[in-house]
Design a protein around this ligand. Sequence first.
Ligand code: SF4
Length: 89
Amino acid sequence: MMDLIKRLGLNKNEVGNQSHIEVNTSICKTCIDKPCIRVCPAETYEEDKEKGITVHYERCLECGAALYACPFGALEFKYPEKGVSYIYG
Ligand code: SF4
């Protein structure tokens, strides 16, 4: 049986041209702690001095951690244009 690390290596994400994560940056500008940055295992969120936060949606693993971590409801997820992640093999 294949171990977890090898199975995760089989994940394949196809990245669409549009972000599946929408952010209300007017809220993010006032968010001091920015927990989305700390909880995301894929480093999808990056602090931005002007916008409050920058989202690198192409890194998203769709785990949903940032949705639960955001105390202000500033994030909205849609299913990615190219669908969800699949495991091949
Ligand atoms: S935790 Fe929510 S409000 Fe704060 S920066 Fe992240 S998305 Fe914006």
